[in-house]
Design a protein around this ligand. Structure first.
Ligand SMILES: [Zn+2]
Length: 331
């Protein structure tokens, strides 16, 4: 039985009965214990054996047409079509009532079969959630370790830029025009022009790892999953819990995708060419020097120069491009 629809189709083999129901084959079905029919079947072969107790002897008749029935002590048993009609003493009205109930039972059977289908691979599902959980935790610690290497003021600037989607980092360079007025006095005119340092890549939710709830969400799914009963005879409560969890399952793929996305963002962010832009997020020379150290620490590239001199050389290179007399961060 691989689909829920299969619960309404005609059962044609004993194997199908066994997949749908946990039949107690040793159970002796009496008139007193009989409760209601659960499912009818018409088998291709006479494979089913009637479990009804007739005159202190189990009927045992091999049959094709019969019913799965529920008993007052919560078992499922098989009864042949003939015994059901002849010995349970059901009149037409009772049969009709019972079959009205069968509709509910059929509905139940569909729900149960769906739950059983989904959770027949429960172990694989648990395994998958555990693997994504591992990735989510490693994302969390990766985010934390990257962030702890970056000066705090720069982390704040990064979060701000990400939230405002303001990812272009601009500086300005100063061109001074000098001329003489009619009296021969030198006039200077200062003009600032924009210089684009680059566009930040790889920023995202990972910048606030305390807000990443992937692991908690997965733990919650995992806990529920581990408590799901794979028993064929689910109680109403178990059935409802299982159905609620089935509704949560698409979340697993969403979380998996988000975790992968954030991991990708971190590695994009940590590429040297991108990372170096963080030095330009502030004008504070000391913090910029710390950012230089961050860049080399995170890329793992050797750095044996002075961080402050590195900062000065960035500024100098901008000056050189434009023959500018000054640089500053764009306001
Ligand atoms: Zn019988």
């Amino acid at each position: 039985m691989s689909t829920a629809a299969s619960a309404t189709h005609k059962i044609k083999t004993l194997a199908e009965i066994n997949e749908l129901f946990e039949i107690e084959y040793e159970y002796v079905l009496t008139k007193e214990k009989y409760q209601r029919p659960i499912r009818s079947y018409e088998l291709i072969n006479s494979d089913a054996k009637c479990q009804y107790l007739k005159k202190s002897k189990v009927c045992g008749q091999a049959h094709q047409h019969g019913y799965v029935v529920d008993t007052s002590d919560g078992k499922l048993a098989l009864i042949g079509h003939c015994c059901a009609f002849n010995h349970l003493g059901l009149d037409d009205q009772q049969i009709q009532n019972a079959f009205r109930q069968l509709t509910t039972s059929e509905r139940d059977a569909i729900r149960k079969s769906r739950v059983q289908d989904v959770f027949s691979k429960k172990d694989e599902l648990v395994q998958r959630v555990k693997e994504i959980l591992k990735e989510a935790k490693s994302l969390q610690s990766e985010a934390q370790s990257v962030l702890s290497a970056i000066p705090e003021k720069i982390v704040v600037a990064l979060i701000d830029r990400w939230k405002r989607n303001n990812l272009k980092i601009n500086w300005e360079y100063l061109i001074v025009k000098r001329s003489k007025d009619e009296r021969g006095k030198t006039i200077t005119e200062n003009s600032w022009y924009p210089h684009e340092c680059g566009t930040l890549k790889g920023v995202g939710v990972w910048l606030e790892p305390e807000k990443l709830t992937f692991a908690q969400q997965l733990y919650s799914i995992l806990r529920k999953l581990e408590h799901i009963s794979t028993n064929k005879r689910l109680t109403t409560n178990e059935l409802e819990l299982a159905e609620a969890l089935i509704n949560d399952l698409p979340q697993i793929s969403l979380i998996e995708r988000s975790v992968k996305d954030q991991s990708r963002l971190i590695s994009t962010f940590c590429q040297h060419q991108n990372l170096i832009l963080i030095i330009q997020l502030t004008s504070n020379r000391e913090i910029r020097a710390q950012a230089v150290e961050t860049v080399y620490k995170l890329t793992g590239e050797p750095f044996d120069s002075s961080a402050s001199r590195f900062v000065d050389s960035i500024d100098q290179s901008i000056r050189d491009i434009y023959k500018a007399e000054g640089v500053r961060i764009a306001s």
